[in-house]
Design a protein around this ligand. Structure first.
Ligand SMILES: Cc1cc2nc3c(=O)[nH]c(=O)nc-3n(C[C@H](O)[C@H](O)[C@H](O)COP(=O)(O)OP(=O)(O)OC[C@H]3O[C@@H](n4cnc5c(N)ncnc54)[C@H](O)[C@@H]3O)c2cc1C
Length: 402
């Protein structure tokens, strides 16, 4: 295969890591993702004995926790580069499972960022492999959760579906999060972004770490959706859930800043992950075009097929360069720049969709068949244009930073 990683200056450790994760993506994630995609009932995806759990367990065995940005022994540039390469390989393996792994680490990441030993021990210990979730969107609040300003939670027009009310030394949480929370039906811990009230008045947003084993936490059923079907999606409900005030890791004063920081990281992560999907679609298309003989010649001999493949190749490499560069910048520089992460997410997911669509065209009728891998990639890529923010809304937000 002549599609290679043209990153210059990788050392042996980085190449070995990339190859190891590629093997994991090929041997563990791909077969699991294909099998989970075909399950009719999305609740079966996370049933006991499902390959979903094997993917999470085998991923934990890779020991990639050492790439955590809070690891003081990790060179920041090398760490950012390795995280980007890992994300691309995971997205190449199966994007839905890649997102499940990424979202699963949210409570761990936030506990470490909080620097609070109690919370780190509870949510962020290196051997803690619990699958978590990022619960931010609500039934009545999707895109607007990204346009954070004082009106979002604190204004007179704010009608949050989930509110944490101060009660002595605790907060009591009441309400629910959207059916779109990744890992929502199964999460053992939630990074909960919700409205905070004190003395009956909404004060703004807050970020809580909530163990889902607490009385009053319950989960919705798995949502049935078009793509990324290996990724569980479900509500998290809070019925008078009492958490100590120290579980509020970010209060209203820092909520806007922290939410923007988290979105900056998440969008950059989406950018590098979905390049993996785009690359997968391109590779399938090149391989198929060489093998499929029609009219007496392999279809790659037709000029229009060649031209289409080269356009796809160029798109993938352009998006890959942008997304990796953004990951390196935002992973190492202060302050990280939201508009670049958004550019990466929007360009990469749009590219993934366009390349998957072109790949399907190259497969002809076979592209429409569930016997071949392309229609799944197209469905998976389509979901990514809404995931982590609709691309058009993100673009509006990004433009505000120009
Ligand atoms: C695969 C997947 C995974 C997800 N994972 C998570 C997760 O882990 N945690 C979580 O909390 N949520 C998650 N989400 C939810 C996701 O963040 C929301 O779906 C997304 O932000 C859009 O919100 P919405 O679906 O409510 O659409 P809406 O906000 O209702 O938007 C509907 C339409 O209106 C347009 N629109 C809305 N507002 C504006 C505006 N101001 N200007 C112009 N156009 C506008 C949008 O572009 C869109 O076309 C996930 C979604 C998907 C698809």
């Amino acid at each position: 295969m002549a599609i290679v990683d043209i990153e210059v200056g990788l050392d042996e450790e980085e190449i070995a890591l990339r190859d190891t994760v590629h093997r994991f993506a090929k041997e563990v994630m791909r077969p699991a993702g294909e099998a989970l995609d075909k399950l009719e009932d999305p609740n079966d995806v996370t049933a006991e004995g499902s390959p979903f759990w094997e993917v999470h367990a085998r991923y934990a065995e890779l020991g990639l926790d050492s790439l955590d940005p809070t690891n003081p022994e990790l060179d920041p540039m090398k760490g950012a580069r390795m995280r980007a390469m890992v994300a691309e390989e995971l997205g190449w393996g199966d994007s839905g499972l890649a997102i499940s792994i990424g979202a699963g680490g949210f409570p761990r990441m936030l506990s470490r960022l909080s620097g609070m030993p109690n919370l780190i021990e509870q949510f962020g210990a290196p051997d803690n492999t619990d699958v978590g979730c990022w619960a931010i969107t609500e039934p009545d609040h999707g895109s607007d959760m990204l346009f954070i300003d004082e009106e979002t939670f604190g204004g007179a027009a704010a009608k949050p579906n989930c509110i944490a009310r101060r009660d002595g030394d605790d907060y009591v949480i009441q309400g629910q999060k959207a059916a779109w929370v990744s890992n929502g039906s199964i999460a053992k811990a939630a990074a909960l972004f919700c409205a905070v009230a004190n003395n009956g008045k909404l004060e703004g947003g807050g970020i809580f770490l909530v163990p889902c084993s607490l009385p009053g936490v319950s989960h919705g059923k798995a949502l049935d959706k078009i793509g990324q079907r290996a990724l569980n999606q479900g509500e998290v409900y809070f019925d008078d859930v009492r958490v100590p005030a120290e579980n509020l890791v970010v209060g209203p004063d820092m909520y806007e800043f922290m939410t923007e920081t988290v979105l900056t990281g998440a969008n950059a992560g989406m950018g590098v992950t979905f390049i993996g999907l785009a690359r997968a679609a391109l590779e399938h298309a090149v391989e198929y075009a060489k093998e499929r003989v029609q009219g007496g010649v392999p279809i790659i001999e037709h000029q229009s097929v060649k031209a289409r493949l080269f356009k796809m190749f160029t798109q993938v490499e352009a998006a890959r360069s942008l997304s990796r560069r953004v990951s390196l910048y935002n992973g190492t520089q202060q302050p990280p720049l939201l508009q670049y992460s958004i550019a990466s997410k929007v360009f990469s997911t749009n590219t993934a969709f366009e390349v998957a669509s072109d790949a399907l065209q190259i497969f002809g009728g076979n592209g429409l068949s569930r016997e071949y891998p392309i229609e799944k990639l197209l469905r998976d890529a389509r979901a990514a244009m809404i995931e982590d923010g609709c691309n058009e809304v993100l673009s509006l937000l990004g433009a505000e930073h120009l």
